[in-house]
Design a protein around this ligand. Sequence first.
Ligand SMILES: *Cc1c(COP(=O)(O)O)cnc(C)c1O
Length: 510
Amino acid sequence: MLQGFCSVVSAMSELLYKSTRGKNEPVTASQAILQGLAKDGGLFVPEKLPQLDGSIASYAGQDYREVAYRVMKQFLTDFTEEELRDCIAKAYDDKFDVKELVPIVKVGGAYHLELFHGATIAFKDMALSILPHFMVTALKKNHVDREIVILTATSGDTGKAALAGFADVPGTRIIVFYPKDGVSRIQELQMVTQKGDNTAVVGIRGNFDDAQTGVKELFADADLEKTMAEAGLQFSSANSINIGRLVPQVVYYVYAYAKLLGQGVVKTGEPVNVVVPTGNFGNILAAFYAKNMGVPIGKLICASNENKVLFDFFETGIYDRNRAFKLTTSPSMDILVSSNLERMIYRIAGDDADRCAALMNALRTAGKYEIDEEMRAGLSDFVGGYATEEETAARIREIYEKEGYIMDTHTAVASRVYAKYVEKTGDKTTTVLASTASPYKFLTAVLGAIGKLPEEIADDEFAKVDQLHAVSGVKIPKAVEELRTAPVLHRRVCDGDKMKAEVLDILKLS
Ligand SMILES: *Cc1c(COP(=O)(O)O)cnc(C)c1O
């Protein structure tokens, strides 16, 4: 009786989240955020993608925070207006070094959406500055009295952004695993100097996929879950597998379109293409969600570096991770298992959880899977592209010399892929390009690309900072300035298969 009543109410007002592998009961948004990953190993997806709450034109000229509220409330329906606005106000404040939060700059023919003006100068801040507030709110709403332990694998940028977001947040602790030799020096320094009594950082001898696989195994470890529960602890995830990461990323695609509309760059309804430098498929999936909400987006151009597993997938319908993992100058995209693609697979399988689970199982056991023609048709909005290391460096140099604009290596991958796409197709549609990191995060590669890295400063990270400032005139971000004097606080290193022991030790459970 009561249950029937509840489901009628929820059908009218509440958006629930179900697992891509189908074994879980649907949960509310706040529960999905707290859990991170579904118990059956799947990812949470909304039962139905919501629509914009008004015409896209009604967003033109609106402040980022207002756009954020209007988009987020469509997804996070069990948060009250007050709760959402409070999370937004705490997240999008003067941690950002520009007032508009996300400036749009025309570079190389595309509108760069500069998503790197937050506390840790990568686009991950857009979601990770709000996720901790979502979690604290969700803990209260669900009367959870356990402490949340955020377990995160990072290819470089998520780790710091998550640490900064969760440091000293009551009711939470955070443990970050990063590939010891797979991140830039600035990225590593940012993480190992993180303050906060509730933070831990561990370098692993392995690559990002090892770290991500290890973290997923820890989430699925029933013994560990029991030990944790007895100690009043519960895991959650700050990776983009958490729906609380994805939703804030939808916001800036709505904002970008509305801004271009307000500026008269596009007319109402005129489509824009979007180019996204892609690793775990989170950022571009957010663009796809924005399109499905009603933002006039045409093509979604998925840009990979030399780890071009996604490019091959779009070309052939075969996802095959059995290949050499390459360390590139765009380390945050050095990924062979793009976790968020599972949400897309589920969708193009017609929301068939069994089929999705079977494909993901094939990926786990054989390292590959193939989708059929019908599923491939569901990917028609996507175009895959990739840039080699040489092409990426050449693009940084070309744009620097022609336009005096300096971009980071990840953004450069996207910029190069965009140029190749236009050359090949002649498609002149207005294009938004997700600019994902500050060039100050990838000094060696960026200075090398423009031929301004003299031998004598090759080993001096902060001389490189000054050099980049001298040659670009771009203000040194506070996030980098602070590192000059910050003491190293984290020195843990472990093997890829010893992550559990490390977690037990950090949580004092061993
Ligand atoms: C994480 C990251 C990416 C890749 O984003 P995904 O959501 O994992 O596809 C690209 N560029 C930078 C700088 C990043 O930090």
